[in-house]
Design a protein around this ligand. Structure first.
Ligand code: HEC
Ligand code: HEC
Length: 314
């Protein structure tokens, strides 16, 4: 996985999420608190401001593990985390956190999630500490990772005594609420540079018959299931390392952090280079980056419309 980057600057999606959730959380006539809109990079939205609006409904406390009461989260941060969760986590951990199609465990029963206070348990996992156990590093900024953790806590913290997630039943029963022809127009404007309805995405709705899963897959760009590991494909991240001597080494990127970069070379072996600041020069090319960069352009409506269109590609 590529080093953490802060490319998830997502004013539209966040604005949409804020619009929806803040409107729901602030009772009419509540004190003006002007929740931060898009938190500027580098700042954190928590701890919650003292003037955080009172929840519209009394909070159920029955499910708190004794001794684990936390301050209620900041609604703006939670709303942002919710959107980010839907994009980055839901496929594996499920829309209700109980585990999903792609094999993530139930987070409602996770001690890690239950005892998280401010991301200290969850953020390192998002950043890749469980990669060897099947959870990839998720490329979100540290601030967004904290927002996701806040959302996870907000759900876990309200679990009823039976372990039933609260209010999650409110999720739309069907996600097919979009307009397929508007979705087609959006697809033709934003997607056809890399995809085609009669080419690579032909039959995608047959391959992925569950619309909810199809939505997760198209938003995130799929998981590359069915591809042979180690064999370069359309999603392979590559790096070009330019050594001080001028020699360049290029190939699939195996590892990169601030201190080391490892690329696979043609004979199948790998070469590692110690990194010191800008030396050697490393250029990373992630074919999915452009796909993910589109996230900042999606409104909820676009996501629903595109899904409604893609389900017609049988
Ligand atoms: C590709 C599937 C996948 C995605 C995407 C994914 N996870 Fe996971 N996650 C896993 C798997 C598999 C494990 C179990 C790893 C282990 O056993 O150590 C896991 C474990 C976890 C755990 C630890 C649970 C515990 O109690 O041990 C947390 C917390 C978690 N994920 C949160 C997240 C969050 C938040 C996101 C989104 C930012 C996310 N995951 C995205 C697959 C995924
Ligand atoms: C700049 C190129 C680019 C753009 C634009 C782009 N994508 Fe992608 N997308 C990719 C790449 C690369 C992959 C990974 C392909 C693979 O796994 O074979 C991908 C994967 C996908 C997948 C998963 C395919 C599969 O078989 O698992 C879907 C679905 C998808 N994109 C839909 C879209 C939609 C819808 C749009 C427009 C809203 C879009 N993409 C825009 C590059 C792009």
């Amino acid at each position: 996985m590529v080093r953490m980057r802060t490319w998830f600057n997502c004013p539209l999606v966040v604005a949409a999420a804020l619009g929806l959730s803040i409107a729901a959380a602030v009772p009419a006539g509540a004190q003006q608190t002007t929740p931060a809109q898009t938190p500027p990079a580098g700042t954190t939205a928590s701890p919650p401001p003292q003037s955080a609006p009172a929840p519209a409904f009394p909070r159920r406390v029955g499910g708190f593990v004794p001794g684990q009461k936390r301050p209620p989260g900041d609604p703006a941060q939670i709303a942002r985390g919710k959107t980010l969760y839907a994009i980055n986590c839901q496929g594996c951990h499920g829309p209700d956190l109980r585990g999903g199609d792609l094999g993530g465990p139930n987070l409602l029963r996770s001690q890690i999630a239950l005892t998280d206070q401010d991301g200290e348990n969850i953020v390192p996992i998002i950043q890749g500490s469980r990669q060897n156990n099947g959870m990839p590093a998720i490329p979100v900024s540290p601030e967004d990772a904290k927002a996701i953790a806040a959302y996870v806590r907000s759900v876990v913290g309200m679990i009823g005594v039976q372990g039933t997630p609260p209010s999650l039943g409110k999720e739309a029963p069907s996600i097919l609420v979009g307009n397929a022809s508007e979705g087609k127009a959006f697809f033709e404007a934003k997607c056809v540079a890399c995809h085609s309805a009669s080419g690579d995405l032909h039959g995608i709705a047959t391959r992925i018959p569950d619309p909810r899963r199809l939505q997760t897959i198209w938003v995130e760009g799929g998981r590359g299931f069915g591809l042979t590991p180690g064999v370069p494909n359309r999603r392979t991240v590559t790096a070009t390392v330019t050594l001080p001597s001028g020699e360049t080494v290029e190939g699939p990127l195996i590892h990169i952090d601030d201190f080391l970069v490892t690329v696979q070379i043609a004979d199948g072996t790998s070469r590692s280079f110690r990194r010191d600041g800008d030396a050697p020069k490393v250029a990373v090319h992630d074919p999915l980056k452009a796909h993910r960069d589109l996230w900042s352009h999606y409104a909820d409506k676009d996501i629903h419309d595109v899904t409604a269109y893609l389900v017609t590609l049988k």
